[in-house]
Design a protein around this ligand. Sequence first.
Ligand code: FMN
Length: 326
Amino acid sequence: MQKKPKPFFVLAPMDDVTDTVFRQIVHYCAPADLYFTEFVNVDGLMSVGRPNLLKKLQFTINEGPLIAQLWGLEPKNYKAVAEQIVDGSLTRELGLPEAVNFVGIDINMGCPAKSEVKIGACSALINNRPLAREIIQATRRGAGNMPVSVKTRVGFSEIDLSWIEFLLGFELDMLTIHWRTRKEMSKVSAHWDLAHEVMEMRNQISPKTKIVGNGDVLTEKQGRELADKYNLDGIMIGRGVFHNPYVFADESPWHKKSKQEKIELFTKHVKLFAEAWPPETKSRPIVTLNKFCKIYISDFDGAKELREQLMSADSTDQLLELLDKA
Ligand SMILES: Cc1cc2nc3c(=O)[nH]c(=O)nc-3n(C[C@H](O)[C@H](O)[C@H](O)COP(=O)(O)O)c2cc1C
């Protein structure tokens, strides 16, 4: 009997979390097969605000393969940004060498945040199929042969698989489905049971579209079991990395790590942060690091007290000094 290919694992895009620094950490611990950037607004990128947004696309050769995730309202701006990605001008602008580029372009049609939904973007596109169509078509025109994918939810107020059917009609290269509606935010368990019907639809409408399932996966094993059960091509993990930066390992060593090893990993994170986002550029404030502190500084004696000290540091130098003494 032919062995089924194993699912590929994807690190979820998380705004202000999965920047180049954290992606490098995850890649160093136990690499995912695929990464996304944080979502970046194409309308902003094509405006005077561009310099402030480029940080969301910044990356190094120590992470990846990487997909650029876009959001926004204007189809012509999706096309223009897709063209800049494909012709390499955007990666040159980021200071990367010529042979390095993104491997694909993803369109965010799932973010449930009020600020995005209010202007009719992201998950609001579930209720505006004419604009969703224009955006996908414009991105495709700009992307040429580069793969284009969509990340979405299973409906806006209610589960509505006609939305997934609509998306499958574009024969996308990949479709990532977070198994919740926009209304559900993250308040209920993800509806993985919908995957059966979705995979049947995929096989009928667009057999070449890779389907990636997403929502509440906390371990590689759990992801593998879900992929097996529903025949999914890939599994995306987001918040699971908060519990375990080795979440993509077959057998995670994280629970066996000593206090010193955890401190060393946080030190690595802080050093990469200082390099990527020097304070004089005002690109990311030091408080950004606080949300990562709990990942590393936990489950050992004195962790709570150490976290309190670390989280009140006001520079990366001070943080490194505290970590060195701990
Ligand atoms: C802090 C945070 C930021 C997020 N930012 C994005 C984003 O920029 N783009 C996106 O498609 N999804 C974003 N998401 C959603 C995640 O990619 C993912 O779909 C969601 O967290 C469910 O997966 P999980 O249960 O594995 O975390 C974000 C989620 C969190 C918690």
